[in-house]
Design a protein around this ligand. Sequence first.
Ligand SMILES: Cc1ncc(C[n+]2csc(CCOP(=O)(O)OP(=O)(O)O)c2C)c(N)n1
Ligand SMILES: [Mg+2]
Length: 118
Amino acid sequence: MFKRNWEKILFGVIAFIGDGSANYAITGLWTAAQLRIPVIFIILKNGVYGALEWFAKVLYAENVPGLRVPAIDFCSLAKAYGVDAHRANTIEEIRSALQNALTQTRPVLIEVETLFRI
Ligand SMILES: Cc1ncc(C[n+]2csc(CCOP(=O)(O)OP(=O)(O)O)c2C)c(N)n1
Ligand SMILES: [Mg+2]
């Protein structure tokens, strides 16, 4: 079952994942590394379960605890699971990281810091 040619099947797949959601299945990075699945993971790091803060606001719920997820180092997490990782915070850095990732035959994670506004 695992002898499929993932490189051909999944080449060019780019997954955009929020920093909160990324924690729910972070071990997927290990699977990608082990099976050499060349997916590009882009982590959008705004330090918060943004959608939930938005829900809290529209429901007039004040001071909801536990919605902030600051200072998670996804590059270190990725490397620990055997996935190459790069931090990219300007357009040039993102372009260069993406161009490089697209030449790889292994998974790559790119961490991008984003703003949170509601
Ligand atoms: C498995 C699962 N659990 C919980 C939720 C509820 N949920 C929807 S959005 C969200 C938080 C998203 O935060 P993040 O990934 O950081 O994205 P942001 O909104 O900050 O861009 C959660 C917990 C869900 N959709 N799926
Ligand atoms: Mg977030």
